[in-house]
Design a protein around this ligand. Structure first.
Ligand code: FPP
Length: 233
């Protein structure tokens, strides 16, 4: 645990830089994604040890379909491999696996594995590990609006009414969003939910992000004052 006990309840990470990590080593991009996956496996354990309750990662966005077909297929296979081989480890940590995003376009077999992993881990209560796959913040807001309209709500609708139609309405907004690999943007991640999130950017590529880097980010967060539009306390 970090010294300061102000830890985020919900930590979100934009896993960026797998490609650059691989390029620097003259490896194919998919090797970078594989290294990124190994790092993610470590991170679930570390995040749990820090006492974080919700951990979400941006693994595949609604825009990532625009990548070359080889890379998209490779990533889908990697997700499938993870669900076949690693879910027991996650469950043993007391973590519940959840998915966040649109279900369309994902391979049937992967969808079955996703459903299985969610059911298999659903009673774990120490950590919610949320994999955002085929996720886009704008898509989520649109889907929520359409679902809300279909429910024939009383006008005017409130923020809470809309929130009930988000993909994971029970998950609290991210307190801290980390983005690796030097880009300073949100890229359509948790658009609505990030209204008052704290951001932490690092130049480290995702496969090199380790325990020391996590501790640095958490210590930085612990020193921030969150005012939610109010005044200094
Ligand atoms: C962004 O790096 C990374 C991705 C689009 C994929 C992230 C996926 C993993 C780490 C594997 C996760 C596996 C599971 C099961 C969730 P990039 O390719 O955009 O890197 P670059 O900007 O350096 O090219």
């Amino acid at each position: 645990m970090t010294d300061n006990n102000r830890i985020p309840k919900h930590l979100a990470i934009i896993l960026d830089g797998n490609g650059r990590w691989a390029k620097r080593r003259n490896l194919p991009r998919l090797m970078g994604h594989r290294a990124g996956l190994r790092k993610l496996e470590d991170m679930v354990r570390l995040v749990k040890r820090e006492g974080i309750r919700y951990f979400s990662v941006y693994a595949f966005s609604t825009e990532n379909w625009n990548r070359p077909i080889m890379e998209v297929t490779g990533l889908m296979r990697l997700f499938g491999y993870y669900l076949r081989r690693k879910v027991d480890e996650v469950k043993a940590e007391g973590a519940r696996i959840r998915f966040c995003g649109r279900k369309d376009r994902l391979p049937e077999e992967l969808l079955r594995q996703m459903q299985w992993a969610e059911d298999y881990t659903k009673d774990e209560k120490i950590l919610d590990f949320i994999l955002c796959i085929n996720y886009g913040g704008r898509a989520e807001i649109l889907d929520a609006v359409n679902s809300l309209i279909a429910s024939n709500p009383q006008s005017p609708v409130t923020e809470d009414d809309l929130r009930k139609h988000f993909y994971l309405p029970d998950v609290p907004d991210p307190d801290l969003i980390i983005r690796t690999s030097g880009e300073l943007r949100l890229s359509n991640f948790w658009l609505w939910e990030s209204a008052y999130s704290e951001y932490y950017f690092t130049d480290i590529h995702w496969p090199d992000f380790d325990e020391a880097e996590l501790k640095k980010a958490l210590a930085d967060y612990a020193g921030r004052e969150r005012r939610y539009g109010g005044l200094k306390s």
